[in-house]
Design a protein around this ligand. Sequence first.
Ligand code: HEM
Length: 366
Amino acid sequence: MNAIFPTGFTAPTALYLSLFAVTLVLHAVFMHYVLAGSTYLAFGRLMGPRRCAVCGWQSILVDWLPFATGLAITAGVAPLLFVQILHGREFATANLLLSHRWMAILPVLIVCFYLLYLQKSSWLARRRWVWRTVVAALACSGFIFIAWSWTENHLLMLDRDAWAPLYESGALRYASPGVLPRLALWFFSAFPTLAIELVWQGRLLGLDVTRPPAAAEVVLGLSPVRRLALAALSGVAGMTAAGGLYGQTLTAADREALFGPLGGPWLTIAITGLVVQGGTWLAAAFCNRMPHGLGVVTTIGWLATLCGLVAARESIRLVHVDIATLAERHATAASISGFPVFLTCAALTVIAIVWCVVAVRAGLAR
Ligand code: HEM
């Protein structure tokens, strides 16, 4: 593995690795919004009704979280298919070992989904404020549980030595020193994503941070853009700390993959993106607004971090599976026809989605 991910493999393997990475980035774009958004809301609700009414970000989150959850789930399906083509044996083994504990993500996801709708309801709006705090906290805890489950499942996949003892013990939990820092890394990485997504969403929905803030928008001494900067910078700091801690749990082979030719360039891209984001959010907090150009640079930095993170993540996994032995299986999978059908369906779906968005926008304008 002396070439940068995903090159250096046979063409079908490289194709599936690329498709997996790209679709996982897409999943993260929405999943981060849900994870950080529900956390932002759960903590925001503690400020009480008067302050929450002033915070435009909370209103946007209450409105959009159910839709974003739908997108996160839908976008999770594609990497779920590709991970099974690439690492079917490891993925299925971890699923089976974690058993009910793994399957629990489904009911939890359904409950969280309904809690987000409950949060929007006029029924809840008529109850005492404390119930809105409780509902937000429950939804947030549920999403953190789901993120924890994915992390635990991922690490169990990589730890073959743990499979037999875990099966024998019948335990439904895989305890490893890497779980908590890795979960923290994903958790904190969600905040810079949420912050930049809210910048763009706010511009579409009338909460424009390119202009100086009005006094009425200030909550606890923080303007809307400074609240986002605080969230993003806490995320950047948290990622740095969690990344450092997680790095200490890696084996020598993992480190070689992460810092070597396979993952090293991606790690550099991720860290560069993180530095860019840190700088631009500091500048935005200092100017008390985020001009358009600064927003574009932050977005580029954020995308670099996300892509770098996903590719570096996959580089580590590749040292745990003998991917060369699977080359034939990948070639067979790639040769099974259906790719043109997939492309046609994908194109039709994109056209349908664009048509829906255009139709709704036109309807709203009327
Ligand atoms: C909205 C709730 C969800 C949250 C908070 C969430 C969170 C996460 C996290 C944190 C990871 C990275 C795990 C790691 O690398 O340690 C992940 C990976 C992943 N998620 Fe999600 N997820 C959610 C829903 C879903 C759903 C519903 C699907 C499938 C339809 C899905 C599919 C995937 C896949 C395929 C991966 C990659 C697994 C791997 O490479 O081992 N996720 N998710």
